[in-house]
Design a protein around this ligand. Structure first.
Ligand code: F6P
Length: 547
């Protein structure tokens, strides 16, 4: 069946006209025209509050976007996702990450799968308790004190983010993350650790990812070099994978493997056994609360009408700027140090899911899809890239992520952080005219001509759209809700663009070419040379190795 494209939806043309009429609109004027704009443009769900009042969005454009979502049948698509329809059409499978946090199966046909989830959770819980109670010993009898998750992409970013974000919930076991095949990553981690008291979790859905397997082999050798025998190794290795055979070949027996299923995509897998490392760090009860927060967002996504639906609304804003205002970027700025890895997590979620150029039916798309997502924790960015956000020439919508309290107990210092987050959001809205800049300069004692000359450099256009997602504190529940919010946002945008958000064919060719180049670097002679630029660089590499 041909995919419905964004441009096929009747509201598309009307939105285009509306967007054109709003190109020079003032967000501040919207506030004057709509006295209840903040209330009207704020949604609440699962402990999160989403304020989208500071957007280039009139009441009419907002209503038209809601119509667009209705015409695309987003509510029915949400049901199809949550009920396990095979939406990943190129791999003929569902994307059932929501089942990983469900207490009850949405359909009786999903009961078997849910039972597998729950029995895996029981095993995760056993490992969490065993380790946290000091009941698991390494080859020398030393109690395990450190866990190292070796994985990459979805087998790293989610658990690493959760572990970082919830550091105030950590118990005694220290969790570490190694992802890069650069030996410096593993080496610097191992320097701090003792092989006798370290447990490795080899986390790879496919158990075929070279980076992970290479790091796992080095870790294995590190434990052997410390005096462990082959038979001792299972005391130091767990695997999270859907490829039990490959894990067994590596030497990890079945009882040390926790399963993952093909209906869970890597970037959606933090809720599964992939989350074991962070579950160990924060304890099982907190991990359960993390799942519960996500489940609340799933329920909201399923039940709330489009106009009240947080993930749908976030997606409509993404479409609004990407497709009607030609925005190429999207910045996410968490004002929380623990959430500093959120932009990296969202990069994979957004760009691997929706960085696509063809529709589900294979047709080329006549419009842009996922924006380039980037960001970092506030307030650091204020002293680097915010300059571009305020005075650069590109449109870059921003999501501010703003927890209102801190776990540190240092409320005064945290107040300063909150003030900065709010100030950045407001400054993007207000900007400063050349006249205002000149007046400020005159006040500082500059002469009229000096002020006149300098004013354009201080002027800021303002009117720059931004969303504020606030919540009381970073807790397991709010973090679960936040990640599920962005997951469903990503799905909705994929549906509106008519694409499959659950495959990632674009990463495959680079892996094949990487293996070909590796074999050449290892000295294999091949008949056909590579492109001249790569040949030159390989030559330089050989020279650098003194080969
Ligand atoms: O190469 C991309 C990718 O397949 C991601 O989609 C995935 O999260 C990552 O690699 C790791 O894959 P695996 O868990 O199979 O090692």
């Amino acid at each position: 069946m041909p995919s419905t494209l964004l441009t096929d939806l009747p509201a598309y043309a009307e939105l285009r006209a509306l967007a054109d009429s709003l190109k020079s609109a003032s967000i501040q004027e919207f506030f004057s025209q709509q006295p209840n704009r903040v209330e009207q443009f704020t949604l609440e769900a699962a402990g999160l509050r989403l304020d989208f009042s500071k957007h280039l969005l009139s009441a009419a454009a907002h209503s038209k976007l809601i119509e667009l979502a209705q015409q695309a049948g987003l509510a029915a698509r949400a049901t199809a996702l949550l009920q396990g329809e095979a939406l990943n059409n190129t791999e003929q499978r569902p994307a059932l990450h929501s089942l990983l946090r469900a207490k009850q199966a949405p359909l009786s046909a999903l009961r078997d799968k849910l039972e597998q989830v729950h029995s895996t959770q029981q095993r995760m819980r056993d490992w969490c308790e065993r380790l946290n109670q000091g009941q698991h010993q390494g080859f020398s009898g030393a109690v395990i004190t450190d866990v190292v998750n070796i994985g990459i992409g979805g087998s790293d970013l989610g658990p690493r983010l959760v572990s970082d974000a919830l550091r105030f919930y950590h118990g005694d076991i220290a969790c570490h993350y190694v992802a890069n095949v650069d030996p410096a990553d593993l080496q610097s981690t191992l320097l701090e650790l003792s092989p006798e008291s370290t447990l490795f979790i080899i986390c790879s859905k496919s158990f075929r990812t070279e980076e992970t397997l290479i790091n796992a082999q080095v870790a294995r050798q590190w434990v052997l070099n410390a005096g462990a025998s082959e038979a001792d190794l299972d005391k130091h290795f767990l695997a999270i994978t859907s490829n039990l055979e490959a894990a067994a070949d590596f030497g990890i027996p079945d009882q040390h493997c926790l399963p993952l299923w093909d209906w869970v995509g890597g970037r959606y897998s933090v809720w599964s056994a992939v989350g074991l490392s962070c579950a160990i760090a924060i304890g099982w009860d907190n991990f359960t609360a993390f799942l519960a927060g996500a489940e609340r967002m799933d329920e909201h996504f399923q039940q709330a009408p489009v106009a009240q639906n947080m993930p749908m609304l976030l997606s409509l804003l993404e479409i609004w700027y990407c497709n009607f205002f030609a925005a190429e970027n999207h910045s996410v700025l968490p004002y929380d140090q623990g959430l500093q890895r959120l932009p990296s997590f969202l990069q994979q979620l957004t760009m691997e899911s929706n960085g696509k150029q063809v529709a589900q039916d294979g047709r080329s798309l006549p419009y842009h899809t996922a924006p380039i997502l980037w960001g970092s924790a506030g307030s650091m960015g204020q002293h680097s890239f915010h300059q571009l956000l305020h005075q650069g020439t590109r449109l870059c919508p921003v999501d501010f992520i703003l927890p209102l309290t801190t776990h540190t107990g240092m409320t005064e210092q945290h107040r300063f952080l909150v003030a900065n987050g709010l100030a950045q959001s407001r400054t993007l809205l207000l900007g400063r005219s050349a006249e205002e800049a000149k007046a400020a300069l005159l006040k500082r004692g500059l002469s009229d001509s000096e002020a006149e000359e300098l004013a354009p450099h201080l002027a800021m256009p303002g009117n720059r759209p931004n969303t504020v997602i606030s919540f009381e504190a970073v807790t397991p529940e709010t973090l679960g809700a936040l990640l599920a919010l962005y997951e469903h946002r990503t799905f909705c945008s994929g549906q509106l663009w008519g694409i499959n958000s659950f495959d990632q064919w674009g990463v495959e060719l680079g892996k094949d070419i990487g293996m070909d180049i590796l074999s050449r670097l290892e000295g294999e002679q091949k008949a056909a040379p590579l492109d001249p630029a790569t040949e030159q660089l390989m030559l330089r590499w050989r020279e650098a190795q003194r080969l």
